[in-house]
Design a binder for this molecule. Structure first.
Ligand code: ATP
Length: 247
């Protein structure tokens, strides 16, 4: 359908190990070209929501037991992670997960594994280096010896090598100094503005996420308890008190 949003999650429930109900009916919409933030504390269900979309639950003994997930109107719950990559959906996992023994450039090239056109891959690599000049400087360095910020950039850069339309970004700020978080978020915003890449990002850093996102959903205990434009959430008294520490 021409009018279908890029991503639509409708009433999903997720269980782990056949019994533990972790998502209890989560619905959300990500419009094409948006930056949408999934907010909430530890264990609220943010990572699980992203894994449900990218179909990475199976490795965690989890499954979507109810609800639907649609990409431009097409049901995707049964598509494999690689089929999703082919359709432009790529996840950047929490904790960065660069291949420690490979160089930054080898890590980036690993992200292009589904693509065969060498010229396109080379052009894409140059594009990633334009957005992440730090990665170009560090291209021959073994990932293990780069900083946390560089590893996060490498993980995002690797995802971009698949030419995604939708990037699922899990806790990009984790373990990074505020200045580096700012740098990473600015690049995300730039990629969104200039390349039209859509982002669904999970963040515990509510303040930072609301500065860069258009729209946000707050999860508590596996349910969406509030949603709204980033500006309206940032101005909401409960959000200020419970998530921004401005009570
Ligand atoms: P965090 O920021 O800590 O990752 P989160 O909001 O992303 O928090 P989830 O990681 O989605 O939350 O976890 C939601 C709930 O699911 C938690 O209670 C967690 O203990 C549980 N959970 C997560 N992964 C598994 C798993 N593989 N098996 C069983 N339970 C899990």
């Amino acid at each position: 359908e021409a009018t279908a949003p890029l991503l639509e999650v409708n009433g999903i429930e997720v269980i782990y190990n056949h019994v533990i109900l972790v998502l209890k009916g989560v619905s959300l919409t990500v419009p094409e070209g948006g930056i949408v933030a999934l907010l909430g504390g530890n264990g609220a269900g943010k990572t699980t929501t992203l894994r449900a979309v990218s179909n990475l639950l199976a490795g965690e003994r989890g499954e979507v037991s109810k609800g639907q997930i649609r990409l431009r109107g097409e049901r995707i719950e049964r598509l494999s992670p690689s089929a999703l990559v082919q359709r432009g959906v790529v996840q950047v996992m929490e904790g960065r997960h660069c291949f420690a023994h490979l160089s930054i450039e080898e890590n980036l090239l690993a992200g292009a594994y589904t693509r065969s056109d060498r010229g396109e891959v080379a052009a894409n690599l140059e594009k990633v280096y334009r957005y992440f000049p730090r990665l170009k400087t560090r291209r021959t360095s073994q990932a293990a010896y780069t900083s946390g910020g560089e590893q996060q950039m490498c993980a995002i850069g690797r995802a971009l090598m698949a030419s995604p339309r939708l990037v699922l970004l899990d806790e990009p700020s984790m373990g990074l100094a505020p200045q580096i978080v700012e740098e990473v978020f600015s690049i995300v915003k730039d990629l969104n503005d200039k390349e039209g890449v859509t982002f669904l990002l999970a963040e515990q850093n509510t303040g930072m996420a609301l500065r860069f996102a258009d729209y946000g959903y707050i999860l508590e205990n596996g349910r969406v308890v509030m949603d709204g434009t980033a500006a309206s959430l940032a101005g909401n008294q409960d959000v200020k008190e419970f998530y921004l520490g401005m009570g």
